[in-house]
Design a protein around this ligand. Structure first.
Ligand code: ATP
Length: 391
C-alpha cells in the first residue's frame, strides 16, 4: 500500500488569522469560511474545524473546466462507493460559469464556500497572457487558504526511474509573484511585483513544521533564490530559520531552487518536506509529479484556518478533455484528503488502499501511465477494489 495513508493524519494548522480579500481584480470583500449548513462543526485537536462526524457534511462541489467534470465526477462516485454521504452543493466557476452567467466567480459560489467551508474542486481555465485573472488564485486569496499541501508518493506498479519517492510540497499560497501586481512602466517595459511578508512566511513555515511534527517526518528544506533576491527570499529564509528553532527534533535545511531541482531529479529520497514560496512551489510540485509518473497521480489541498479547498495539482488538460482519457486518481486522492479533513479517516484509508491495489496490479492503467484504460474504467476499478476489500 502506498505510504500516502500515513501522511494525512492531520494538517497541523494551529494558527489564527483573519481571512482577507483584495488585490485580485474581482472583489474587495473580506470573506471568512464558516460553518456548514447542516451538522455541527467540531474543532479537531490540530485546530482545524471540520464537520462533525455524526452529521452529513455539506461540501461545495465545483466540477471545473476541461477534464474537471470527468475527474471530479469520478471522485464523487468513489466517495459514494466508500459509503460516505455528502450533501453536495454544486456550484459553477471558471470558464463554464463565465459562459453561463457572464461571471467566472458567481456570487452563489462565494456564498456557498463561505457557508460550507469545504470544497472539492476541479481545475479552472486560466488563459495564458490574456483574459481574467486566475480564479484558482482568487479563491485561495479570498478565503486566505494560505497553505498548499501536495503529497507526492511513489506507487508500486507505476514504473518510473525512482521507486521510493515520498515528498511533501508545502507551498505558500497567498503572495509572491502571484500578487498579480503588474504594470507597464514604459512601452516595452513591464514590472511584476513580488510580495513576501514576514507574517505569511512565518505561518507557512509553522504549517510545514507542525505537519512534520504531527506526521513524524524527518526534515524540512526551505527552497529559495536568496543569493539573487536577497531581500524577499532572504526574508522568507529568515522566517523559516526562526520558526525552525521551535522544532529541534526536525532537521532544517536550505537549498537554492536550481540546485534543489537537480537534486530532486537525481536523489529525491534525500528530501522529505519541501517548504517553498508560491511560484517555486508551483513549479517544483510539477517536477515532483514527474518523479512518480505524472500529474494524474498528485492530489492537493489548500488549507486556511477556517476552511479548505481540495483540488488536484493538474490543470484543465485541454488536450484530453471530454475524451474519457484523464487519469482520475489525483482528483480521487484529493477527495481522500478532504474526507480526512472531514473526520472520515477510515473511508480515506479505504480509498487510498484501493488505488494502491489497482495501480499495483497494473491491469487497469490510464494512458498517462502507459495503459489503455479510460477515466470511467479506472474509476470502476477503484470502486471494485474497495468492494473486494470489504468482502
Ligand atoms: P492549464 O492551463 O489548465 O494548467 P495545462 O495543459 O497547461 O492546463 P495541465 O492541465 O496540468 O496543464 O496538463 C499538463 C499535461 O499533463 C497535459 O499534457 C495533460 O494532458 C497532462 N495531464 C494533466 N492532468 C492529467 C490527468 N488527470 N490525466 C492524464 N493526463 C493529465
Amino acid at each position: 500500500m502506498s505510504s500516502l495513508s500515513k501522511q494525512h493524519r492531520n494538517t497541523g494548522i494551529t494558527l489564527n488569522s483573519r481571512a482577507h480579500g483584495g488585490a485580485n481584480g474581482f472583489s474587495k470583500s473580506s470573506r471568512t469560511i464558516s460553518t456548514a449548513r447542516r451538522g455541527k462543526r467540531a474543532v479537531k485537536s490540530n485546530g482545524l474545524s471540520a464537520a462533525h462526524v455524526d452529521a452529513i457534511p455539506v461540501v461545495t462541489l465545483i466540477l471545473g473546466d476541461g477534464v474537471g467534470p470527468e475527474v471530479i465526477g469520478a471522485a464523487v462516485e468513489v466517495i459514494k462507493a466508500a459509503g460516505v454521504k455528502i450533501d453536495w452543493d454544486r456550484q459553477a466557476a471558471g470558464a463554464g460559469a463565465l459562459k453561463r452567467y457572464g461571471n467566472p466567480v458567481p456570487d452563489d459560489l462565494l456564498e456557498s464556500l463561505t457557508r460550507t467551508g469545504v470544497a472539492l474542486k476541479g481545475p479552472l481555465e486560466t488563459r495564458v497572457g490574456v483574459g481574467y485573472r486566475s480564479i484558482n488564485v482568487y479563491l485561495r486569496k479570498t478565503f486566505d487558504l494560505y497553505a498548499n499541501l501536495r503529497p507526492t508518493v511513489s506507487f508500486k506498479g507505476v514504473h518510473t526511474p525512482f521507486r521510493d519517492v515520498d515528498l511533501i510540497v508545502v507551498r505558500e499560497n497567498t503572495e509572491d509573484l502571484y500578487s498579480g501586481i503588474e504594470h507597464e512602466v514604459a512601452p516595452g517595459v513591464v514590472e511584476s511585483i513580488k510580495i513576501i511578508t514576514a507574517r505569511a512566511s512565518k505561518r507557512i513555515a509553522r504549517f510545514a513544521f507542525e505537519y512534520a511534527r504531527r506526521n513524524r517526518r524527518k526534515s524540512v528544506t526551505a527552497i529559495h533564490k536568496a543569493n539573487i533576491m536577497k531581500l524577499s527570499d532572504g526574508l522568507f529564509l529568515e522566517c523559516a530559520r526562526s520558526v525552525a528553532k521551535g522544532y529541534p527534533e526536525i532537521r532544517y535545511q536550505e537549498q537554492i531552487v536550481d540546485a534543489a531541482c537537480m537534486r530532486l531529479v537525481t536523489n529525491p529520497s534525500s528530501f522529505d518536506i519541501l517548504l517553498l514560496e508560491n511560484l517555486y512551489g508551483d513549479i517544483v510540485s510539477d517536477l515532483c509529479a514527474g518523479l512518480i509518473g505524472g500529474l494524474g497521480l498528485v492530489p492537493g489541498a489548500n488549507y486556511g484556518d477556517k476552511g479548505a479547498i481540495f483540488e488536484a495539482v493538474h490543470g484543465t488538460a485541454p488536450d484530453i478533455a471530454g475524451k474519457n482519457l484523464a487519469n482520475p486518481i489525483a482528483a480521487i486522492l484529493s477527495a481522500a484528503m478532504m474526507l480526512e479533513y472531514l473526520g472520515r479517516s477510515a473511508a480515506a484509508r479505504k480509498i487510498r488502499a484501493a488505488i494502491a491495489a489497482v495501480l499495483r496490479s497494473g491491469r487497469v492503467l490510464t494512458r498517462d501511465l502507459g495503459g489503455e484504460a479510460s477515466t470511467l474504467e479506472m474509476t470502476e476499478a477503484v470502486v471494485q477494489a474497495m468492494r473486494r476489500s470489504r468482502s
